[in-house]
Each structure stands twice: as C-alpha cells, then as structure tokens.
Design a binder for this molecule. Sequence first.
Ligand code: FE
Ligand code: FE
Ligand code: ZN
Length: 295
Amino acid sequence: MLYIGSHVGFKKDTQLVGSVKEALSYGANTFMFYTGAPQNTQRSGIEDGLTLEAMSIMKDSDIDYSKVVVHAPYIINLANSDKEKFNFSTRFLQEEIHRCEELGVKYMVLHPGSHVGEGIDNGIENIIKGLDIILENTKTNIIILLETMAGKGSEVGSRLEEIEKIIKNCKYSDNLGVCLDTCHLSDAGYNIKDFNTFLDNFDKIIGIEKIGCVHVNDSKNEPSSHKDRHENIGFGHIGFETLIGVIYNERLENVPKILETPYVDKEYAPYKYEIEMIRNKVFDSELINKIRQSL
Ligand code: FE
Ligand code: FE
Ligand code: ZN
C-alpha cells in the first residue's frame, strides 16, 4: 500500500479538521503538519472538539492517522551551545510532544540542528544532551524522526554517521528514528538513483527499521550542492524515475511519503496534481502549466 501525502496547514480556527480536509482535497491518504507557523513558535491550545471531529472525518476516508506526522518548527536548534537558545529549544520541544500526544500523532520530524560554528562534534553532543532531557522529562511514546539534512551552513545531520551517532548515544534511542528527505540526500551528495544500494548502506550504518518517514522532493540543485532548495516532482536534478524508485521501493512500503514541493508561482498548491502523477507513474512535463491553467 502506498502512503502518500503532503504537508498541509494547521490553522487556529479549524486545526486538525482543516488539515484533514486539505489532505483529502489532494487525494492524499496521509499528511504532515506544523502545529503552527513553521518559522515561529507561537502556538494556540489544541481544541479537543476539533480533534474529535477530524477523527470522525478520517474514519470515513482513506487517511490512515497512524501514518500522520508533525514537523517541529525549523527555528528550533538543539545543537546550539548558547544556553538560553538551547533551553528554549528543549522547552518548546517538550510542549510540542505534549501537543502531539493531545492530537494522537505518533511521529514528530525534527531537524537535528546547526552547530553555528562550534563544530560538528559539539553540535552532536548538544543534540544528544537535548534529546535526553526532553525524553527524560516527557517519558513519551512519541518517536522523534531526525531528518537527513542537505548540509547547508553548519547543519548537523547531512551524513548518516552523524545521525547514527546521535541515536546510538541517546539514552532513549527507542524514541528516535529517521526521516529521509530526497532533496536533502541528493544535495548532501548521496546517490539515490540506485536506491536499493543506498538503503543497504543506510541499513549498515543506522538500520532500515529506523526510517519512519520519507520527504519526497526534487531538488533545484545538482547533487552535492548543499543548498536545500526543493523542486516539484520530476522538474529538478533528481528526476521523476529516481523519485518513483524511492516512493515505490517495497522495503519502505509502510513508510509515509510526504511532499514538501514548492507552490506554483508561490500561490498554488501542486500536491493534488503531483500525487495523481505519482499514482500514474508517468511524468507529465506540462504539469506546472496545467496547475496554472486550472486556477
Ligand atoms: Fe524538514
Ligand atoms: Fe524535509
Ligand atoms: Zn529542505
């Protein structure tokens, strides 16, 4: 079974109901959302009435809620040595875990962080410390999925070995997993054309069972560019065939695939069209124009 969806909004007034309706409008059977704006940490309280309403909508739909993931805001940085910023990040992530629990979401994607010039080993050490604090304090069942990064700036997590080091040295490694991002992997220099070979390598370093989510994005840049600029499916340097190979790889069959591709002209969500194209497994070079014309 293919679990495919995209990131969707989560608005103050409609909350999970709005997210579910948006996902359904794209023909998705899973989705990812930020519990507020991704670039800030302002969050409003979860309204249980809306959560229950969303559950009942999902019951009559194809959406499998057990495959739905939350993405932590990307300004959170556990790798930072600055005490104030580090404490703020751990505090916010604990609150975010409670929100996930309230919403009944099991997976939370997290960017490992940026060491901001302090060096990769320092960054890794801070991340481990932060995760230990968060998981100690919350005693949660939530799985935090560390995302593979492009290696932009001082990002930690562009090498699988870095993620492995974090998971291995955290006291609560059972609460940790990995989110692959195809754009980031390519930008970081991993060859995903032969995805089975990549997975063999991943399995050796981390263990394939740790993969809890795949972000499916094409890349605006060449392999090893370390840029992190997402492109629509089939319109970038990774290409449709390779992405289809990732999406339909039977070793990751039960893992949700989430699109984070850019809006067309910054305005029109491409997900309904991209999901349809992915289901058809045939690249449509006119897709972007079609999206423009349909609106
Ligand atoms: Fe991400
Ligand atoms: Fe991503
Ligand atoms: Zn990215």
